[in-house]
Design a protein around this ligand. Structure first.
Ligand SMILES: [Fe+2]
Ligand SMILES: [Fe+2]
Length: 150
């Protein structure tokens, strides 16, 4: 086997591992948004519940895309979510979500570079679209948090 083939197999495995961590975090996001939608209380409940439910649906789509790609690459999609951070109160929920979305965008930017290196161009395009979605989530949460009571 050529050295370059070994390197490429290593980086493919690294990509699969990274995508599986991303998948565990998408499942975390589905659970977090679903739970926050159920639990959020106070005068802002109607708007926040609707927002959380919409986000949950987006994150589930992301999870499906990632699981499909991991399987297509010859990997096995994880079935365990990353643990969901506890958040009590609407503001804490929004702050937890803002932190998660920010980290997810950074993770997908790294994953795009890995996919690009391996010539996985459809995955590059999908990650690009997911970065667009997560950035919209992040910007909406930032707007909701702006001036939100403590
Ligand atoms: Fe997502
Ligand atoms: Fe998101």
């Amino acid at each position: 086997m050529l050295m370059s083939e070994v390197t490429s197999m290593d980086s493919k495995q690294e990509l699969i591992n990274g995508l599986n961590q991303d998948l565990a975090r998408e499942y975390q996001a589905v659970i977090a948004y679903t739970t926050y939608a159920a639990e959020v209380a106070g005068p802002h409940r109607p708007a926040l519940r609707a927002f959380f439910l919409e986000e949950a649906a987006d994150e589930l789509k992301h999870a499906q895309l990632l699981a499909d790609k991991i399987s297509a690459l010859g990997g096995v999609p994880v079935v365990e979510p990353q643990p969901v951070p506890q958040a009590t109160g609407a503001r804490a929920m929004l702050e937890a979500v803002l932190a998660a979305e920010t980290e997810t965008i950074a993770r997908y930017a790294r994953r795009m570079a890995q996919a690009e290196e391996l010539g996985e161009l459809a995955l590059v395009a999908q990650l690009h679209e997911m970065i667009v979605d997560e950035t919209q989530h992040k910007e909406e949460v930032a707007k909701l948090l702006d001036g939100f009571p403590e």
